[in-house]
Design a protein around this ligand. Structure first.
Ligand SMILES: [Cu+2]
Length: 210
């Protein structure tokens, strides 16, 4: 009885230890002046990485005449739903080679889910509301993240050497800098800072950044 209990406790602590010390990378993304950059996609291209599970389905909502979120990152093969939570109808489209589609006027849940089966950048717009824009970065890897409000992103990875890329929709010439990082098993995350060359931010008449 006593032995059984001890073994059970041992197993639990092993599992807890594994998740607490999971290795990976912790990336900070900034512009050339050191200003933090939210909404940057950080991803890792690793051989054989795509062999993981089925890509998750996600949604991009339309609310307040905006797409939310502005930036979405998915693995190749993911499905995206486009619920319209506005009272008005939208007509969303993409001309991007990585995924062209045209969803005529609709409201509610009526828009057909779209499967994103090619890696690349897809820019979404609305035919009725010119200011509506959103970006979908489709990556051929299950290892990706998006930076938070502090420009930080973290990806858990097994030990190994990885090429890490940082993509932001507003870089000069679409620059996507990369760094090679080594992850050690059970160690603290490997840290890196990316500095992206940004285009000037466009501001509309109302003073809001677009
Ligand atoms: Cu619209």
């Amino acid at each position: 009885m006593h032995r059984t209990t001890r073994r059970a406790v041992f197993c639990v602590s092993l599992l807890g230890g594994a998740s607490a010390s999971a290795s990976g990378i912790a990336v900070q993304v900034q512009d050339a002046n050191g200003k933090v950059l939210p909404d940057t996609v950080v991803y890792v291209e690793a051989e054989g990485a795509a062999a993981g599970g089925k890509p998750a389905s996600v949604q991009i909502e339309q609310k307040g005449l905006k797409f939310m979120p502005l930036v979405t990152v998915v693995q190749v093969g993911a499905t995206i739903n486009f619920p319209n939570n506005d009272k008005v109808r939208h007509h969303i489209y993409s001309f991007s080679p990585a995924h062209k589609f045209d969803q005529k006027l609709y409201s509610g849940q009526a828009a057909a889910p779209q499967v994103f089966d090619k890696a690349g950048t897809v820019v979404l717009g609305c035919n009725i509301h010119d200011k509506m824009i959103a970006y979908v970065k489709v990556v051929d890897t299950p290892y990706f993240a998006k930076t938070d409000g502090a420009g930080a992103a973290r990806i858990e990875l097994p030990a190994g050497k990885y090429v890490v890329k940082a993509w932001h929709y507003n870089t000069v010439g679409g620059a996507t800098p990369e760094q090679t990082l080594t992850v050690k098993a059970g160690a603290e995350p490997t840290t890196a800072i990316f500095k992206l060359p940004m285009k000037p931010v466009v501001v509309d008449d109302a003073g809001t950044s677009l």
